[in-house]
Ligand binder design. Structure first.
Ligand code: SAM
Length: 275
């Protein structure tokens, strides 16, 4: 059978007893990076052999692994950290193992997205995981626009060198007040979990370079359907405001739109600025 085995995302003590047992007992470990995993295995005195399975050879290796499992071998799949498949290799292997009638046994264990969510203080009953946002500004902004009215808590992976750009895009598209939790270096020595309205978070981070170093998860509050929000960004309001702005001043168009729809001027002003 194929075991899907999560490994620690920083703190080695987070490996489970079952993960150690499986990694010890299987015939072979399929690892994203064998050099990386060999450090983990050495730490726990595990001598099981490895083959590499990464995004560039996953298709080719999948057939090889399936034929080995069919020959009676048990294989464990691991990635560099956390749960395999979650923004890591393994999807193709698991899919084809299942299609081939091979039993896939998942082990529960570390996952940066869930670890961040559990400490965010944001709603956890419904959430969506978006992985990494696109690297290109245009694509990133367009995805964020699609998510403006997503009511579930949103989870993103982010890299330190794109963090400021992403937060700036969030300010413009989701609004300065959207609450965002920055979960950094989880389970490691410099772990930090800090939440603020995104405009303030951006300022807080800029203040100290150490605040955007290391591995990062962003947990973003879902869209709140308050009466105020709902009215302010409804399509009718947007259209009216845009039409009035063609012939009136910025301020006049806001005052009139606010009167028509009974929205607070300040709120509409903020919205118009964000646009
Ligand atoms: N499969 C992994 C998991 O289940 O957590 C995720 C792999 S993904 C390629 C790597 C990204 O996960 C990092 O860029 C970062 O966004 C996030 N990540 C991984 N470990 C982390 C940690 N200790 N603290 C914060 N974020 C982490």
């Amino acid at each position: 059978m194929l075991y899907v085995v999560p490994t620690p995302i920083g703190n080695l003590d987070d490996i489970t007893l079952r993960a150690l047992k499986v990694l010890n007992e299987v015939d072979l470990i399929a690892a994203e990076d064998t050099r990386h995993t060999s450090l983990l295995l050495r730490h726990f005195d595990i001598n099981t052999g490895m083959i590499s399975l990464h995004i560039h050879n996953e298709h080719q290796k999948t057939y090889q692994i399936i034929s080995q499992i069919k020959d009676g071998k048990n294989i464990a799949l691991v990635s560099n950290s956390g749960t395999p498949l979650i923004n890591d290799p393994g999807y193709f292997l698991v899919k084809y193992c299942r299609l081939a009638g091979i039993r896939v046994v998942p082990l529960p264990g570390p996952c940066a997205a869930i670890t961040a969510l559990s400490s965010s203080g944001l709603a956890v009953n419904r959430f969506c995981f978006e992985g990494f946002l696109p690297a290109k500004k245009k694509n990133r902004q367009s995805l964020l626009r699609k998510l403006i009215e997503e009511p579930r808590t949103l989870i993103f992976f982010e890299s330190p060198h794109r963090l400021l750009d992403t937060l700036l895009d969030m300010v413009f598209i989701l609004g300065v007040d959207r609450y965002v939790v920055l979960a950094r270096e989880l389970t490691k020595i410099w772990e930090s979990i800090h939440g603020l309205p995104v405009g303030e978070l951006l300022e807080w981070i800029k203040f100290n370079k150490n605040r955007y170093r290391g591995e990062i998860v962003l947990v973003v509050e879902g869209y709140k359907i308050s009466k105020k929000n709902h009215k302010a960004i409804s399509n009718d309001v947007k259209k009216t405001l845009a039409l009035l702005q063609q012939s009136l001043s910025f301020k006049q168009s806001i005052v009139i739109t606010a009167k028509i729809y009974g929205i607070k001027k300040n709120y509409l002003y903020k919205y118009a600025l964000e646009q």
